[in-house]
Ligand binder design. Structure first.
Ligand SMILES: O=C[C@H](O)[C@H](O)COP(=O)(O)O
Length: 150
Protein backbone atom coordinates (compact mmCIF):
# COMPACT_ATOMS: atom_id res chain seq x y z
CA UNK A 1 0.00 0.00 0.00
CA UNK A 2 1.23 3.49 -0.93
CA UNK A 3 -0.08 6.34 1.18
CA UNK A 4 0.07 10.10 0.68
CA UNK A 5 -0.06 12.41 3.68
CA UNK A 6 -0.72 16.13 3.59
CA UNK A 7 -1.81 18.95 5.85
CA UNK A 8 -2.20 22.67 6.02
CA UNK A 9 -0.37 24.54 8.77
CA UNK A 10 -3.15 23.73 11.26
CA UNK A 11 -2.63 20.02 10.71
CA UNK A 12 1.13 20.01 10.23
CA UNK A 13 2.19 18.58 13.61
CA UNK A 14 -0.38 15.76 13.55
CA UNK A 15 0.41 15.00 9.88
CA UNK A 16 4.08 14.61 10.78
CA UNK A 17 3.25 12.25 13.64
CA UNK A 18 1.03 10.15 11.40
CA UNK A 19 3.67 10.14 8.65
CA UNK A 20 6.25 8.71 11.04
CA UNK A 21 3.76 6.14 12.32
CA UNK A 22 3.03 5.01 8.77
CA UNK A 23 6.71 4.90 7.84
CA UNK A 24 7.29 2.46 10.70
CA UNK A 25 4.38 0.28 9.55
CA UNK A 26 5.65 -2.73 7.60
CA UNK A 27 2.32 -2.97 5.72
CA UNK A 28 3.09 0.33 3.98
CA UNK A 29 5.41 0.27 0.97
CA UNK A 30 5.62 4.04 0.52
CA UNK A 31 4.60 7.15 2.43
CA UNK A 32 4.61 10.27 0.28
CA UNK A 33 4.58 13.55 2.20
CA UNK A 34 3.02 16.25 0.01
CA UNK A 35 3.45 19.00 2.63
CA UNK A 36 3.20 21.43 4.08
CA UNK A 37 6.78 21.07 5.33
CA UNK A 38 6.67 23.80 7.95
CA UNK A 39 4.42 26.50 9.34
CA UNK A 40 5.95 29.11 7.05
CA UNK A 41 4.13 27.38 4.20
CA UNK A 42 0.68 28.92 4.28
CA UNK A 43 -0.87 27.00 1.39
CA UNK A 44 -4.60 26.60 1.92
CA UNK A 45 -6.06 23.17 2.60
CA UNK A 46 -7.75 22.70 -0.82
CA UNK A 47 -4.38 22.90 -2.58
CA UNK A 48 -3.00 20.12 -0.42
CA UNK A 49 -6.14 18.00 -0.35
CA UNK A 50 -6.69 18.10 -4.10
CA UNK A 51 -3.01 17.39 -4.80
CA UNK A 52 -3.11 14.33 -2.56
CA UNK A 53 -6.36 13.05 -4.06
CA UNK A 54 -4.95 13.50 -7.54
CA UNK A 55 -2.12 11.08 -6.73
CA UNK A 56 -4.80 8.46 -6.01
CA UNK A 57 -6.73 9.26 -9.18
CA UNK A 58 -3.47 8.98 -11.15
CA UNK A 59 -2.70 5.58 -9.64
CA UNK A 60 0.45 6.88 -7.95
CA UNK A 61 -0.83 6.17 -4.44
CA UNK A 62 -3.57 3.98 -3.00
CA UNK A 63 -4.73 6.04 -0.06
CA UNK A 64 -4.25 9.35 1.72
CA UNK A 65 -4.37 10.69 5.25
CA UNK A 66 -5.12 14.41 5.26
CA UNK A 67 -5.12 16.75 8.23
CA UNK A 68 -6.40 20.29 8.67
CA UNK A 69 -8.01 22.04 11.62
CA UNK A 70 -11.23 20.05 11.53
CA UNK A 71 -10.69 17.56 8.69
CA UNK A 72 -13.72 19.03 6.95
CA UNK A 73 -11.98 21.24 4.41
CA UNK A 74 -9.61 18.45 3.41
CA UNK A 75 -12.55 16.08 3.02
CA UNK A 76 -14.54 18.45 0.81
CA UNK A 77 -11.47 19.15 -1.31
CA UNK A 78 -10.41 15.53 -1.81
CA UNK A 79 -13.97 14.56 -2.75
CA UNK A 80 -13.86 16.98 -5.68
CA UNK A 81 -11.39 14.71 -7.49
CA UNK A 82 -13.29 12.17 -9.61
CA UNK A 83 -12.86 8.62 -8.41
CA UNK A 84 -11.80 9.66 -4.94
CA UNK A 85 -13.96 9.07 -1.87
CA UNK A 86 -12.91 10.84 1.32
CA UNK A 87 -14.32 10.97 4.80
CA UNK A 88 -13.70 12.75 8.06
CA UNK A 89 -13.47 10.19 10.86
CA UNK A 90 -12.47 10.63 14.46
CA UNK A 91 -13.77 7.29 15.68
CA UNK A 92 -12.78 3.73 14.97
CA UNK A 93 -16.13 2.51 13.67
CA UNK A 94 -16.60 5.31 11.14
CA UNK A 95 -13.05 4.86 9.86
CA UNK A 96 -13.67 1.13 9.43
CA UNK A 97 -17.01 1.56 7.68
CA UNK A 98 -15.62 4.27 5.39
CA UNK A 99 -13.48 1.55 3.85
CA UNK A 100 -15.76 -1.47 4.13
CA UNK A 101 -19.04 0.25 3.18
CA UNK A 102 -17.91 3.19 1.06
CA UNK A 103 -14.57 2.13 -0.40
CA UNK A 104 -13.07 5.42 0.78
CA UNK A 105 -9.41 5.81 -0.04
CA UNK A 106 -8.99 9.00 1.99
CA UNK A 107 -9.20 9.54 5.73
CA UNK A 108 -9.20 13.12 6.98
CA UNK A 109 -8.79 14.31 10.53
CA UNK A 110 -8.90 17.56 12.43
CA UNK A 111 -5.88 18.39 14.54
CA UNK A 112 -8.11 20.72 16.55
CA UNK A 113 -10.58 17.88 17.16
CA UNK A 114 -8.63 14.72 17.97
CA UNK A 115 -5.53 14.01 20.04
CA UNK A 116 -2.49 12.37 18.46
CA UNK A 117 -2.70 9.06 20.29
CA UNK A 118 -6.31 8.35 19.29
CA UNK A 119 -5.57 9.55 15.75
CA UNK A 120 -2.63 7.15 15.51
CA UNK A 121 -4.71 4.24 16.77
CA UNK A 122 -7.47 4.93 14.25
CA UNK A 123 -5.00 5.28 11.36
CA UNK A 124 -3.27 2.02 12.30
CA UNK A 125 -6.62 0.21 12.32
CA UNK A 126 -7.70 1.92 9.08
CA UNK A 127 -4.65 0.60 7.22
CA UNK A 128 -5.81 -2.92 8.02
CA UNK A 129 -9.27 -2.53 6.54
CA UNK A 130 -10.09 -3.31 2.92
CA UNK A 131 -13.10 -3.06 0.66
CA UNK A 132 -14.62 -6.27 -0.67
CA UNK A 133 -15.79 -5.65 -4.25
CA UNK A 134 -18.06 -8.71 -3.95
CA UNK A 135 -19.85 -7.31 -0.90
CA UNK A 136 -23.39 -5.94 -0.96
CA UNK A 137 -21.86 -2.50 -0.52
CA UNK A 138 -20.26 -2.59 -3.95
CA UNK A 139 -23.42 -1.91 -5.94
CA UNK A 140 -24.15 1.08 -3.69
CA UNK A 141 -20.73 2.61 -4.25
CA UNK A 142 -21.18 1.96 -7.97
CA UNK A 143 -23.97 4.55 -8.03
CA UNK A 144 -21.41 7.19 -7.03
CA UNK A 145 -19.02 6.13 -9.79
CA UNK A 146 -21.87 6.09 -12.29
CA UNK A 147 -22.87 9.64 -11.32
CA UNK A 148 -19.30 10.79 -11.87
CA UNK A 149 -19.26 9.20 -15.33
CA UNK A 150 -22.46 10.86 -16.52
O1 LIG B 1 -11.53 22.94 7.10
C1 LIG B 1 -10.64 23.82 7.23
C2 LIG B 1 -9.54 23.61 8.16
O2 LIG B 1 -9.99 23.34 9.44
C3 LIG B 1 -8.46 24.66 8.15
O3 LIG B 1 -7.35 24.07 8.77
C4 LIG B 1 -8.76 25.95 8.88
O4 LIG B 1 -9.52 26.75 8.08
P1 LIG B 1 -9.94 28.23 8.56
O5 LIG B 1 -8.67 28.96 8.88
O6 LIG B 1 -10.66 28.79 7.37
O7 LIG B 1 -10.84 28.09 9.78
Amino acid sequence: MRIAVAADSAGLALKNELRELLREDTRIAEVRDLGVPDTADDRAYPLLGIAAAETIAAGETDRAVLVCGTGIGMCISANKVPGVRATVAHDSYSAERSVKSNDCQVLTMGARVIGPELAKRIVTEWVGHSFDPRSTSASKVAHISEYERT
